[in-house]
Design a protein around this ligand. Structure first.
Ligand SMILES: [Fe+2]
Length: 419
């Protein structure tokens, strides 16, 4: 019999996931009616849970497959709305509930219940990392971490890794991080990227080389200046993260410029709300019509999510095709575009820095705009960056795994100390 179905056990019951949930707040009181359970916690917080929500989130093997921890319960097959017949606080600190009409007794882990307290605003859909919008004028350099020796340390999916955790928090929260003193072997970016997740291949390759080359298929592969842009807005789903790894740089010029597209969009909303509204509505054409491929996509330049928060920007003047909007939208669309372009030229948004060999920048390609100054290769200098793309999902999954590893350590040390 598993701990989840054995209410007499002194061990805490299983949870419907693979995570570890430290019990930082004990349960001091329970009350219930047919459809609601109310828990009072040691710190005075009260949390209500619906009976149907509890039934769906039980951890027993009638609800989840124990091998995958994926749900197998179909609520609509229960025959009736699940209600609560009894609620009991176990000596272990777990909550055991009897569900009717099944007459099934199921136990819930207090740490898991507290972490999923949807009744209290503070816990509702809490972001993994809060978004911090920034302007380049407010900072002298990106959040920078020293990665000396980092690639020599063996890591697996269950390891803690403070450096990577800090880096991912910066990428998710600020949209940008710089790691320094990484190896400079060509191709080492693949191993570095896989510490987060699998790279996303594109028609530019699995890793791409950003350097001046003959017969370029992108302005990126020349030495000319690039205006602020995101990469691949020509795809239905723009790559979420871009990694740029500097292998060589002894050229004159070529300074990197980064800016927070969400801060620029917010400034547009404050100063020109009508132009902001237009850019969230009119679908522009993004096109990358090279000799051997033909990517085209239509979307607004600024996108908000279902909660009205910034989701992405699609800004890349050199990748826009002909605007094919309804006739009456064309002039307002261009007026809004030019208002945005003027904002992009304001120096307060731009953060400028130079690449040194061994530097890696990781940035949110659906949020940050990157640009570069022209560089001079006529004196024989070289500038070579290797790049690749990952999805935002990989950064979030990796960060959750790192947080899980830390929670496991806490649970293990509290068990060891008998706490
Ligand atoms: Fe780019």
């Amino acid at each position: 019999m598993s701990a989840a179905s054995d209410p007499s056990s002194h061990a805490l019951p299983a949870t419907p996931d693979f995570d570890a949930w430290p019990v930082d707040h004990a349960i001091t009181g329970l009350s219930h009616d047919d459809r609601q359970l109310t828990i009072t916690w040691q710190d005075g917080r009260r949390s209500r849970y619906h009976s149907i929500w509890l039934r769906e989130n039980a951890a027993d093997d009638s609800t989840v497959n124990p091998a995958t921890r994926e749900r197998i319960l179909d609520l609509s097959r229960l025959g009736a709305w699940p209600t609560l017949g009894e609620a009991r606080l176990e000596t272990s600190g777990a909550v055991t509930l009897e569900f009717l009409p099944e007459r099934r007794r199921l136990s819930f882990h207090p740490g898991w219940l507290r972490a999923h307290d949807y009744d209290n605003e503070t816990a509702t859909e809490a972001p993994l990392v809060a978004t911090t919008r920034w302007r380049g004028a407010e900072r002298s350099e990106p959040t920078t971490l020293d990665a000396s020796g980092w690639m020599d340390v063996e890591l697996d999916a269950s390891s803690t890794d403070p450096l990577l955790e800090q880096a991912l928090e910066a990428v998710i929260g600020e949209g940008l991080v710089r790691l320094r003193n990484l190896p400079v072997e060509p191709g080492s970016l693949d191993l570095i990227a896989r510490r987060i997740g699998p790279p996303r291949p594109t028609n530019f390759g699995h890793l791409f080389d950003v350097r001046a080359k003959p017969d370029p298929d992108s302005n990126a592969y020349t030495s000319i200046a690039l205006p602020p842009h995101v990469d691949l807005p020509t795809r239905e789903y723009q790559p979420g993260l871009q990694l740029l790894h500097c292998l060589e740089n002894d050229t004159v010029g070529g300074e990197a410029v980064m800016m927070d597209g969400f801060a620029v969009a917010e400034a547009l909303r404050e100063r020109h709300p009508e132009h902001f509204a237009t850019l969230t509505r009119v679908r522009w054409c993004y096109a990358n019509t090279a000799r051997t491929s033909d990517y085209v996509w239509f979307d607004p330049m600024i996108k908000l999510d279902a909660r009205g928060e910034f989701d992405e920007v699609r800004i890349a003047d050199f990748l826009r095709g002909p605007l094919m909007a309804p006739f009456d939208d064309v002039e307002p669309a261009y007026a809004a575009l030019m208002a945005l372009q003027r904002l992009l030229r304001e120096p307060e948004f731009a953060l400028r820095f130079s690449y040194a060999p061994g530097d890696l920048v990781i940035f949110d390609n659906r949020r940050l705009l990157h640009a570069r100054d022209a560089f001079d290769v006529s004196q024989g200098g070289r500038r070579w960056l290797q790049g690749c793309y990952l999805e935002r999902d990989e950064a979030r999954s990796r960060l959750r795994m790192l947080q899980r590893a830390r929670r496991r350590e806490r649970v293990a040390s509290s068990v060891a100390s008998g706490a």
